[in-house]
Design a binder for this molecule. Structure first.
Ligand code: GRG
Length: 303
């Protein structure tokens, strides 16, 4: 394939993913020991270790690699972004929010541990994410650690993930346009992906110029992730229903396929992927391979 012809040693994405996802899962397992009070730690582990694609920690590690860093320096940061992603899902699934029953193929936290514990599980994971970066990061200057913590905090607070969720809730049922939809996705999805990549590059010793290129890369990939999600929502439910219109086209939820149609949404996804990868052109090709492969994985994923 095209990518491999540029490399001295062919890059095997499947074995890379398998190896790194296993490392991330082991690090996550070790990051929340089962200690007193048992109930809360059990519940934190239940949600954190429930599976999931681990896209954010993988992007964090790959960003560390592209700037020539040692991935072990970014591992606590990689765990932290997955803790935050998980807590946002736990809270999003609560009865007062989306009120879901299943996530990652398992009964949701509040169905297993009760609503009070699910709220506290989210709180505890959010808090632990910052503690973990601050105390478990090794071989990185204090300046870089503080910068990474600030970056991550900004991306999930009232101008980040929380802002996306708030605007989403406030616009429920309303007829919203493309700009509005983009605002929600950039905040709900892209900003955490962006900070995952940025803090990976910070921990890996990246220069300011490299970090800003990677920020732009991640911003496009974050939006791409959501556009693909919307397309999959329609195509998957279309397959399930055996009809021409997917679930999403039948409900009130505003999505890219609903505003642009499937074809234009696919074109938009292609454009975002191309724009993202342009940002990586100045990096060492061999070191860039994992991040390029992850961008393509996001663009062409089937679930
Ligand atoms: C962050 C402080 C704080 C509060 C949370 C509830 C809430 C505020 C925000 C909702 C965020 C939300 C549900 C965003 C959607 C993100 C998204 C694209 C989820 C799906 O991610 P995948 O496909 O899932 O990576 P897996 O299960 O594979 O990890």
């Amino acid at each position: 394939n095209n990518l491999q012809t540029h490399l001295e040693t062919p890059f095997n994405f499947d074995s890379y993913m398998l190896e790194k996802v296993n490392m991330v899962n082991e690090a996550l397992d070790a990051s929340v020991p089962l200690k007193d009070p048992i109930k809360i730690h059990e519940s934190m582990r239940y949600s954190l270790l429930a599976g999931g694609k681990r896209i954010r920690p993988m992007m964090c590690i790959a960003a560390c690699e592209i700037v020539g860093g040692n991935i072990l320096n970014a591992m606590p940061a990689a765990c932290a972004v997955e803790m935050i992603h998980t807590m946002s899902l736990v809270h999003d699934d609560l009865p007062c929010m989306d009120n879901d029953d299943f996530r990652r193929g398992k009964p949701i936290s509040h169905k297993v541990y009760g609503e009070e514990m699910a709220v506290l599980t989210g709180d505890a994971l959010l808090s632990l994410s910052f503690e973990h970066i601050a105390t478990a990061t090794k071989g990185v200057s204090k300046d870089r650690i503080v910068r990474a913590i600030g970056e991550l905090a900004r991306s999930v607070g009232s101008e980040g993930l929380v802002a996306g969720q708030v605007v989403d809730i406030l616009s429920e049922g309303a007829d919203v346009g493309l700009d509005h939809l983009e605002y929600i996705h950039i905040h709900k999805t892209a900003m955490l992906l962006e900070s995952s990549v940025v803090i990976g590059a910070i921990m890996g010793g990246g220069s300011d110029q490299q970090i800003e290129k990677l920020r732009k890369f991640a911003r496009s990939i974050g939006l791409l992730f959501q556009v693909v999600d919307d397309i999959l929502d329609v195509t998957k439910s279309t397959e399930e229903l055996g009809k021409t219109a997917g679930k999403d086209l039948l409900t009130d939820k505003t999505t890219y396929p609903k505003l642009l149609g499937i074809e234009k949404s696919r074109e938009f996804a292609e454009k975002l992927n191309k724009e993202a990868q342009e940002q990586l052109s100045g990096f060492d090709r061999r070191k860039a391979a994992p991040l390029i492969a992850l961008a393509n994985y996001n663009a062409y994923r089937q679930n």
